[in-house]
Design a protein around this ligand. Structure first.
Ligand code: F6R
Length: 589
């Protein structure tokens, strides 16, 4: 994953290093085990690297050229040496890298034979030594080096001998350039330059970009090493509406993002886009792909489309899709679901599907993302930036998108029904909060938690378990309750918490029976339902829906589970917004 940034200013400024660190903080969601930056001053490259969260830069000299990095370790432990930037043997060239250089071992071996000394265990460091080895200006060297690299990479490179320019290379990992009046900012995500400009150029696969000071302006040159041609690039105006990322009164982004869901859901009622996607799907075979939470929403979508529109949706994990793509009928439509629109596994599916000639439609949150740009039609979930690593509001709006698409396919968009459920969330959110705190007190001392559901409630159970384990580190398993007696029941003993999602829908009676089976073996049963049951040790009461609207229960079940995960993690003193080992945008395979 990792976030990279590079700044070229027309004039030296005292605030350059500070700006880079602020930009890095906005990219911290991409990785947060270590960070660093490098700038050029009169004596050469000045660099600082640190382990842990981004704090403040120690140096503050006037600078016009600075690069920075926030890391999620792939190759090499979390150490200062492995943090970026990486320097060449003469401390003249510095690079930052996001992605994986697959052929780094052979390149490294060759460079060591040629006398280069490596200071880190990373794959990235080979790039800086390749720049050291070759001759020519930065742009020329980038053109020679890019084709030598295999894998996914976005790179920003600076050279103290060329202190009027920055060069960048992009293949598969995202990279944008913010164009302001007197500066150019390269970044993995335009969010990094939200304060500087709304003008951006998005690099595409194989692009090499040179930004250079030229008189009183910064000029750009582009070359594509995959097509071996010079290219011209147009800038796009970014819409920063709804892109604010203030924490406000909340202790954590996760809590803020859970609580704001009713508002965000109203923002996500994108009926025209739902109709557009429905038109693309009509009479077609559709395969939805996604990872983690986004895949759970697609599995819920499968149930929703089936119940509301009798539409059969196939769902695949994005990382499994490549094993099937060659056999997929050419008329099939791929529906990619992703908050970030940058997940490497999803983007690889999209590339492979496109190569096979398949149409891509998507449900995506980040409007400027690679997925949004690579799709034939997009439903924007319109949640605004989701900062907490654990996805919450994006999930609810992905489900919402599936309801709207299902209604569009069925020919009757029941907008008021959805609005009325959102109103119920408004009314119940404080109650859910209270109950979740009580349940968290019980869960916080437990080692295992089982979350059960049937039909459309099963993927909600999967999502509830994912939330709990990723931020509290308690082992949690989401299960179809009907599967229990085929093995997992052996793990139920006295006091083991079982959360049973059992609204009074088409799954109710079977779910209750399965809950009773766990209770008979000593389980501590926590019911999430509109109806009480004597077997429940604790109960979160959902608002009741009519028989006709029962398929909408998932919209009500999600927030209680998210809050249970939040308060359990909080009670255990976890770093709720930035859980260990994870990053928000998974841009490596
Ligand atoms: C879990 C979570 C992840 C993401 C997954 C896909 O809370 O956030 O499971 O859902 O990494 O990310 P996107 O949706 O950005 O493709």
């Amino acid at each position: 994953m990792c976030g990279i940034i590079g700044l070229l200013k027309l004039n030296e400024s005292d605030s350059g290093i500070h700006d880079i660190v602020e930009g890095l903080k906005r990219l911290e969601y991409r990785g947060y085990d270590s960070w660093g930056y490098a700038s050029i001053n009169s004596s050469g490259i000045v660099m600082e690297k640190k382990i842990g969260r981004i704090t403040k830069a120690t140096f503050n000299h006037p600078a016009s050229i600075i690069i920075g990095h926030t890391r999620w370790a792939t190759h090499g432990n979390v150490t200062e040496a492995n943090a970026h930037p990486h320097l060449d043997c003469n401390n003249q060239i510095a690079i930052v890298h996001n992605g994986i250089i697959e052929n780094y071992l052979e390149l490294r071996e060759q460079l060591i034979k040629e006398g280069h000394t490596f200071k880190s265990q990373t794959d990235s460091e080979v790039v800086t030594h390749l720049f050291e080895k070759l001759q020519g200006d930065l742009f020329e060297r980038a053109k020679q080096i890019a084709p030598m690299l295999r894998g996914s990479f976005s790179l920003v490179i600076m050279d103290a001998r060329y202190s009027d320019q920055l060069v960048a290379i992009k293949n598969e990992s995202p990279l944008a350039i913010g164009i302001a009046e007197k500066e150019a900012i390269f970044a993995s995500d335009p969010l990094a330059f939200i304060d500087q400009t709304d003008d951006a150029i998005f690099l595409t696969e194989g692009d090499i970009a040179l930004a250079k000071k030229s008189g009183n302006k910064i000029t750009f040159e582009f070359f594509n090493y995959l097509t071996n041609n010079s290219v011209t690039k147009q800038s796009t105006k970014l819409d920063w509406k709804n892109q604010k990322i203030e924490l406000g009164e909340y202790k954590h982004y996760m809590l803020k993002e859970i609580v704001e869901q009713p508002v965000v859901m109203r923002q996500g009622m994108n009926l025209d886009s739902a109709q557009d996607l429905a038109n693309e799907m009509h009479n077609k075979k559709v395969i939805a792909i996604g990872c983690g939470t986004a895949r759970h929403s697609a599995v819920i979508g499968k149930h929703i489309l089936n119940k509301i529109a009798k539409f059969p949706l196939e769902v695949m994990m994005a990382h499994e899709f490549s094993y099937f793509v060659d056999e997929i009928d050419k008329d099939t439509v791929i529906l990619a679901v992703s908050q970030s629109g940058e997940t490497a596994d999803v983007m690889e599916c999209v590339r492979k599907a496109k190569k096979r000639g398949l149409k891509i439609i998507s449900i995506v949150n980040v409007p400027s993302s690679s997925l949004a740009r690579d799709s034939n039609k997009v439903f924007y979930t319109n949640c605004g930036p989701e900062i907490a690593v654990a996805s919450t509001k994006a999930f609810s709006n992905q489900i919402l998108a599936f309801y709207l698409i299902a209604f569009a396919l069925s020919g009757e968009i029941k907008k008021q029904k959805i609005e009325s459920v959102i109103g119920m969330l408004d009314k119940n959110i404080s109650y859910f909060d209270l109950k979740a705190r009580e349940i968290a007190e019980y869960l916080k001392n437990k080692v295992h938690v089982y979350i059960l559901g049937k039909g459309v409630n099963f993927p909600i159970a999967l999502e509830g378990a994912l939330k709990l384990k990723e931020i509290s580190y308690i082992h949690a398993e989401g299960m179809p309750s009907g599967e229990l007696k085929h093995g997992t029941l052996a793990l139920i003993e006295h006091g083991v918490p079982v959360i049973l999602i059992c609204p009074t829908d088409y799954t109710y009676h079977d779910s209750i029976s399965n809950g009773l089976e766990t209770k008979a073996r000593g389980a501590y049963l926590i019911g999430i339902s509109d109806k009480p049951h004597p077997s429940f040790n604790m109960w979160i009461q959902l608002p009741e829906l009519s028989k006709e609207d029962e398929i909408l229960y998932p919209l009500l079940e999600t927030i209680p589970l998210q809050l249970i995960a939040y308060y359990t993690a909080l009670a255990l003193g976890r770093d709720v917004d930035k859980p260990r080992n994870l990053a928000k945008s998974v841009t490596v395979k």
